[in-house]
Design a protein around this ligand. Structure first.
Ligand SMILES: [Zn+2]
Length: 493
């Protein structure tokens, strides 16, 4: 079996002020000629599984470009076309192949191309030919297009949010492609639209049970795979919207029936698929309440994992204005402030301007008196089994004139908060913290819920405001809940 793998992935927030260019992809870029991407959370599991198949079954595995960019604004035309052409040239060099496996996100939007994954799959099909098996892994926050479904033999998304099942998904994808290539399975796929834009926390009901039932459908043979594409509400493109994709072994009617069943169940749960979110002032009131420390405060509106800058000050300022102490906050993206801290050195006390630089959604900079507590040249935090680099980072203790105090982790490499070691690796003790402000929508939950179950989500304002009705959409389908008030199931049920 000759197998080719590679991928280009990012999640595009079309409302973000940050262009996603070649430099953004350069932070996590593995060209075909270089070392395998074993330390990449996206490509590492695919690389490891294909190595295993190579050793166990004698597969000939060839790798092309693997590139990932931290979510941001629209990918530039130059970055998209050069990455696409590089990956396709790698595939061309590997031909003939039996299987093409692509590690994708699904929500990559470029200047001039709304459906990057669809275009990539179409071009891969053109090169590899009609008999090659083409499969791809997807992030459930991807935007599923008809073109993607048509061009691939099988698409498999992670089921969990936080995405704690990447490894399991990749193993499933490789096994399915192996079975299809050897003629043991005949995939036919159907998609059903859920008619909604929302977040779906699989850590809580009702999504917990729905995910369990999707797995049960696969285990019982009702489907080869059930992929629920949550979609990404901050991508203003016509393909946005939650969809269920079911792949069945040979029976299209069964695939359609199951996709419709799950889509109807999910639609019936609208308004209840994620934890409720507070306003900034409600979050401040919650942070005053002297119960059950620490309180974890998820700053979803400034989540770099969804394309926000991560240098937002709106929520931190509100907590400081309220005179609160025992706050830890991070990761705050501010390479300039980090470089000033490195110049001053550990123990120095300096005037420091923090955050509020990238755009209007970031709020205004915070001018503080800062004590440089700890400096780390190459800091990292954990996400599931991988280490996520934060670059040169500084932990600073800051104080406001009103007596408010906080410890803030400043990072030079933009990214969301995943693990508690975001703070502890920077010398910050969480045992004494009362208010833990973490820039993340939900991925933090996998690890921070071990610290405390008292968790609040804050919706905005910011680049990733959770109140999707407030977003300045121009191209998204207006028939989706909650953009339309009509609660009727507008689907062909
Ligand atoms: Zn995701």
């Amino acid at each position: 079996m000759r197998v080719f793998y590679g991928g280009i992935a990012t999640e595009t927030n079309t409302f973000s002020p940050l262009p996603t260019g070649k430099q953004a992809f350069g932070e996590s870029r593995y060209p075909a000629a270089g070392p395998a991407p074993v330390d990449s959370f996206l490509y590492g599991p695919l690389s490891v599984e294909l190595d295993r198949r190579s050793a166990a079954s004698g597969w000939t595995v060839m790798r092309g470009l693997c590139a990932f960019a931290q979510p941001g604004g629209r990918t530039t035309r130059a970055a998209w076309t050069s990455l696409r052409d590089e990956l396709l040239a790698d595939l061309q060099n590997a031909l003939p192949v039996d299987i093409v496996l692509l590690g994708l996100h699904g929500a990559m939007v470029a200047d001039g191309c709304d459906d990057c994954e669809g275009e990539l799959l179409r071009e891969a099909r053109r090169l590899a030919g009609p008999d090659a098996i083409i499969g791809a892994s997807l992030d459930p926050h991807g935007l599923l297009s008809d073109q993607m479904v048509t061009e691939a033999d099988i698409l498999v998304s992670y089921k969990e949010y936080p995405h704690t099942d990447i490894e399991e998904t990749v193993v499933q994808l490789v096994e399915l492609c192996s079975r299809i290539a050897s003629g043991e399975a005949n995939p036919v796929s159907a998609v059903h639209d859920c008619g909604m834009l929302a977040l779906f926390h699989t850590t809580r009901e009702p999504m917990r049970q729905i995910v369990a039932d999707m797995r049960a459908a696969e285990a019982s043979g009702r489907a080869l795979n059930v992929s629920f594409m949550h979609s990404f509400p901050w991508a203003d493109v016509p393909d946005a919207g939650a969809k269920v994709l079911v792949t069945h072994d040979g029976d299209l009617l069964s695939a359609e029936t199951l996709a419709r069943e799950f889509a109807a169940r999910i639609h019936a749960c609208r308004g209840n698929t994620s934890a409720p979110a507070l306003s900034v002032s409600e979050a401040v009131e919650e942070a005053r309440r002297e119960v059950g420390w620490p309180l974890i405060i998820a700053e979803a509106a400034d989540n770099p994992g969804g394309g926000a800058a991560g240098d937002g000050t709106i929520l931190l300022r509100a907590l400081l204005d309220a005179g609160l102490r025992d706050i830890v906050a991070g990761p705050m993206w501010d390479p300039v402030a980090v470089s000033l801290c490195f110049e001053a050195g550990e123990g120095a006390c300096i005037p420091l301007r923090i955050g509020g630089k990238a755009g209007a959604g970031s709020g205004l900079p915070l001018d503080v008196e800062a004590t440089v507590q700890q400096l780390v040249v190459d800091a990292a935090q954990s996400f599931v089994a991988t280490k996520v680099p934060m670059g040169a980072s500084a932990a600073v203790g800051i104080r406001f004139a009103n007596g408010a105090r906080a410890q803030v982790v400043l990072v030079s490499r933009r990214g969301q908060g995943f693990g508690r070691d975001l703070f502890t690796s920077m010398g910050i003790r969480l045992e004494t913290a009362k208010r833990v402000l973490v820039k993340s929508s939900h991925h933090f939950h996998a690890d921070f819920s071990l610290l405390s179950q008292r968790i609040v989500y804050v919706h905005g304002p910011g680049t990733m405001n959770l109140d999707v009705r407030s977003l300045p959409y121009r191209r998204v389908n207006r028939e989706l809940w909650p953009l339309c008030d009509d609660d009727r199931m507008k689907l062909d049920t």
